[in-house]
Ligand binder design. Structure first.
Ligand code: PLP
Length: 425
């Protein structure tokens, strides 16, 4: 039977046997011992599942990945050292030099740079598109060598809602998978596979850990995309891998093919593994995720409502506000709430905004977002400062945009702090 998400947060992926530890143990070991040379050999041939070196796989990580996988309703999952590594692996696992992919332009600044600058140096080209364009308008961006489509379910920092069904149809009509970054919504509020996405990524650094304690990432595959039906597009999955004695992932591993390939090739060669200790912290966060998301969302809505009626506030973006243009779409994909992040602009000059930010006492200025402590950031002067004005505009980031992340404190106290800081403007 399938449990509800609140139960999955606490129980999925690990059921201790008789006399075994109740909590997921930390396997703080680089390597694993075998009785015979033959057994070890079979692991290296991918003939048997097992652990031999933590650069590729570790039991603690796999238990936590299995939990996230079950929460998303996926077929296989893995942890990575960061959200950046997760998004890089997710795309690079199916794209190589000479390939092209399409990404929504309204995405996290780090991902924008990874796709537009660093992966370009590897010979992989990304076209950024406005995610509000129609299906017919978006079709124009596909090329014969397009290998996937990417977007964020709730964008960072602009909290726009991705129309997952539109993007899934677009991708599938062109024989490629849809990869979505579900960091802000979390599997508690949104499970993208239910709407046709094929692969989900996370920066677990945000809500999943939720306490600002461990950087990490995750990739979950739905197992639904039929690689063999589009064999010519995905030679890495559908033709023999010489580095593993000629196995063909899509044939040998079925629904586990994509994650097995990412582990066996990309983790082996790049080694962006999450430390087992961080996986343990992440898991503690997962156990309370459903409870915490309720408070993040409730605080988000109260703060958005407060700012919306304030005379010194120019605009507010929060898809959970009933008069937000994306409210209906947010209700469709995230009926239980969106997240605790919202954006707004302060009326007046850049100096006014800075005066406001500096006057806050409880709310802190941080590069972080989506954890237990309420914080804010001005992307144009912080996370997105590498981007030109043109790129900022393309990413939908207004120069006056302040990203505000509601933590788990009392909404009354957060609003009090806003009140006194706005009085200083
Ligand atoms: C933070 C973030 C990332 C990058 O994750 P790191 O863990 O910082 O590497 C990617 N996508 C989104 C939506 C994020 O918020």
């Amino acid at each position: 039977m399938s449990y509800n998400i609140e139960t999955k947060c606490v129980q999925s992926g690990y059921m201790p046997g008789n006399g075994e530890p109740r909590q997921i143990p930390i396997y703080q070991s680089t390597t694993f011992k075998y009785n015979s040379s033959d057994e070890m050999g079979r692991l290296f041939d991918l003939e048997e599942a097992g652990y031999f070196y933590t650069r590729l796989q570790n039991p603690t990580n796999d238990l936590v990945a299995a939990r996230i996988c079950d929460m998303e309703g996926g077929a296989a999952g893995m942890l990575t050292s960061s959200g950046q590594a997760a998004n890089f692996f997710a795309v690079f696992n199916i794209c190589e030099a000479g390939d092209h992919f399409i990404s929504a332009s309204s995405i996290y600044g780090g991902t924008y740079n990874l796709f537009g600058v660093t992966m370009k140096k590897m010979g992989i080209e990304c076209t950024f598109v406005d995610q509000t364009l129609s299906y017919e308008e978006l079709i124009r961006y596909f090329r014969p060598n397009t290998k996937c489509v990417f977007g964020e379910t709730l964008t960072n920092p602009t909290v726009n809602v991705l129309d997952i069904e539109k993007f899934a149809k677009l991708a599938h009509d062109h024989g490629v998978p849809l990869i979505v970054d579900n960091t802000f919504a979390t599997p508690v509020n949104l499970r993208p596979f239910e709407f046709g996405a094929d692969i989900v990524t996370h920066s677990t650094t945000k809500y999943l850990d939720g306490h600002g304690s461990a950087v990490g990432g995750a990739i979950v595959d739905s197992g639904n995309f039929d690689w063999m039906a589009h064999k010519e597009k995905f030679p890495g999955l559908c033709t023999p891998d010489a580095s593993y004695h000629g196995i063909t992932y899509a044939e040998k591993f079925g629904k586990g093919a994509y994650i097995t390939k990412a582990t066996a090739q990309l983790m082996r060669d790049f080694g962006c593994i999450q430390s087992p200790q961080n996986a343990y912290y992440l898991n503690l966060g997962l156990e309370s995720l459903a409870v915490r998301m309720k408070q993040h969302c409730s605080n988000g809505l109260k703060v958005a409502q407060y700012l919306k009626q304030h005379e010194k506030i120019a605009w507010v973006k929060y898809p959970g506000l009933p008069d937000d243009p994306e409210y209906k779409m947010a209700q469709k994909y995230m009926p239980g709430g969106t997240c605790g992040v919202l954006c707004f602009g302060v009326k007046g000059s850049r100096e006014d905004a800075n005066r406001f930010m500096d006057a806050l006492k409880l709310v802190t200025i941080e590069t972080h977002v989506a954890d237990s402590h309420t914080c804010l950031l001005h992307p144009a002067s912080h996370t997105h400062r590498q981007l030109s004005d043109e790129q900022l505009k393309e990413a939908g980031v207004a120069p006056d945009l302040i990203r505000f992340s509601c933590g788990l404190e009392s909404a009354e106290d957060i609003i009090h702090d806003l009140e006194q800081a706005l009085a200083a403007v």
